[in-house]
Ligand binder design. Structure first.
Ligand code: NAI
Ligand code: MG
Length: 514
């Protein structure tokens, strides 16, 4: 069967906008492998590492798994099947208080006084155990969050271990990280993380905090808590002293209890700009240190002289990677006018070959959307783009009946004032715009409230440097996209947050320097 784009005019929308509507038909089991793209006939190849999911996960406080005082639990489901995986403890303010007290005790009695060399040994041990268990953790990450096994296995887990290794190396060398200064730990760090990279965000936050001598109270996101609890088991296995890391599960209320706790010295948050702004207001004047890593609306800029095939590959992985659930996703594409038709044609052909479906299948390119809420948000924002006059392009592909899915898509004819050009979509949808000169390119790229990342595609080094100096973004990738490394700092300008994570800068966020 040939993959075609079906152009139809949608009712109640701009009559000039041509819209390709996906066919969401049920696919008989025997035909599932022909489901997506229909270009190649791969047999299903599900990851077969056995994993043990507990029926219930308790809180991890003072080195032990303890029931929440409220006795309440909430479900965590697999977004690819909508099946329940486990019950997760809901921590209230009283539980958070016990966790903070345990972190304070551990800081004062053990961890804050321990030599960097000894702290480093624990971090190395944790990193090695993560490596040993990485296949199992990758499967759990994929089941609980919906991301493809290809990504959790080959990107998330190696980076999780790398962040522990990298920070372990600094633990006894902090005075060299900050020449001429004396670093001191801050005390207890409260850390709140999102659902797009559950274990990786835990590693980004826990590893530098511990390397610098702080103790931690961490809250994972409510849809993806399972791997954090397996990380807690690894801390036990590594013999990490009691109370050094405490993990409290729950939703926004649990997060608020951490933010407002008077005995916390530092808050690190990754998530939505809205919650980030509220956190900044809540802790203003309290003396708590703060780092915020919030949303993004990154522009990928393709100049006419760019290697187009390579650029299209980068654009595809920049937006469709992890279903677009990436704060630095390249969700806007700026194409120089001369190569516009060529790029659009290649992009359309390329997305027709992407496979959407079972995230545990090694051949899958696009997994499940993390939650029904997120799926609705994506649909609403795409509809607003169509209503405002953009043209939606989607390959004709059948999506599984159960679970939350969105096909890889892009919108052309987007203008800077459209919501789809301004708001974070956090889904596999690219907004395409054009430009003529480099000046127009960086002005358009900078024209959002965000400033987390950007990409430049050109054959000319001088153009890269010119753009880097003009782009108001924390990370600018040149002729590549979405590349991460523990040694390089990451963070935003404007409403994308402040402070940096990763590299020496990431350590500084967990130290007081005299
Ligand atoms: P969110 O900001 O509500 O959730 C992130 C974390 O903050 C979760 O652990 C959540 O439980 C916690 N939280 C929620 N309300 C809180 C509060 N009042 N105080 C303290 N902690 C609180 O994000 P959500 O609702 O999951 O996603 C909404 C949108 O945010 C997404 O569509 C996306 O655009 C953006 N987002 C950005 C992320 C990033 O990496 N920059 C990650 C997740 C979401
Ligand atoms: Mg889940």
């Amino acid at each position: 069967m040939k993959t075609k784009l079906k152009a139809v005019t949608r009712k109640n929308s701009n009559p000039r906008a041509l819209v390709a509507i996906p066919v969401q038909r049920a696919v008989p089991a025997k035909d599932r492998r022909l489901n997506f793209g229909d270009k190649w006939d791969y047999a299903p190849a599900p990851e077969s590492v056995p994993v043990k999911i507990q029926p219930r996960y308790e809180l991890f406080i003072n080195g032990k798994f303890t029931a929440p005082t409220s006795g309440k639990y909430f479900e965590s489901i697999n977004p690819a099947t909508e099946q329940k995986l486990s019950d997760i403890a809901a921590a209230n303010a009283a539980d958070v208080d016990v966790a903070v007290k345990s972190a304070r005790r551990a800081y004062e009695k053990v961890w804050g006084k321990m030599s960097g060399r000894e702290r480093g040994k624990y971090l190395y041990r944790i990193a090695r155990i993560i490596q040993e268990k990485s296949r199992e953790l990758a499967v759990l990450e994929t089941m609980d969050g919906g991301k493809t096994i290809k990504e959790s296995r080959d990107i998330d887990l190696p980076l999780v271990a790398a962040h522990f290794f990298y920070n372990a190396g600094w633990a006894d060398k902090l005075k060299y990280a900050f020449p001429g200064r004396t670093p001191h730990p801050l005390g207890v760090a409260g850390q709140i993380i999102p659902w797009n990279f559950p274990l990786l965000m835990a590693a980004w936050k826990i590893a530098p905090a511990l390397a610098c001598g702080n103790t931690v109270v961490l809250k994972p996101a409510e849809t993806t808590s399972i791997t954090a609890m397996h990380l807690a088991q690894i801390f036990q296995e590594a013999g990490l002293p009691e109370g050094v890391v405490n993990i409290v599960t729950g939703a926004g209320e649990t997060g608020t209890a951490i933010v407002n706790h008077p005995d916390i010295n530092k808050i690190a948050f990754t998530g939505s700009t809205e919650v980030g702004k509220n956190i900044a207001k809540a802790i203003a004047g309290t003396g708590k240190k703060l780092t915020l890593e919030l949303g993004g609306k990154a522009a990928n800029i393709i100049f006419g002289d760019a290697p187009i095939d390579q650029a299209v590959e980068g654009i595809v992985s920049g937006i469709y990677f992890n279903q677009g659930h990436v704060c630095c996703a390249g969700s806007r594409l700026l194409v120089q006018e001369g190569v516009y038709s060529k790029v659009i044609k290649k992009l359309r052909d390329r997305i027709a070959t992407l496979r959407v479906g079972n995230p545990l299948d090694k051949n899958t390119d696009i997994g499940a959307i993390n939650s029904r809420m997120q799926l609705e948000k994506i649909r609403e924002l795409v509809q607003s783009g169509v209503d405002e006059g953009a043209e939606l392009v989607q390959p004709r592909c059948a999506l599984p009946e159960k679970g939350y899915w969105y096909p890889p898509s892009f919108l052309t004819g987007v203008t800077a004032s459209h919501r789809i050009a301004q708001e974070e979509i956090f889904g596999p949808v690219l907004s395409v715009m054009t430009f003529r000169t480099p000046e127009e390119a960086f002005e358009r790229a900078n024209n959002t409230p965000y400033g987390l990342s950007a990409g430049v595609w050109t054959d000319k080094g001088s153009k890269i440097f010119k753009m880097i100096n003009k782009l108001r973004a924390g990370v600018v990738w040149a002729n590549t996209f979405n590349k991460f490394d523990p040694t390089s700092p990451f963070g935003g300008y404007k409403e994308s947050g402040f402070g940096r994570e990763g590299g020496v800068q990431g350590l500084a966020a967990y130290c007081r320097l005299d």
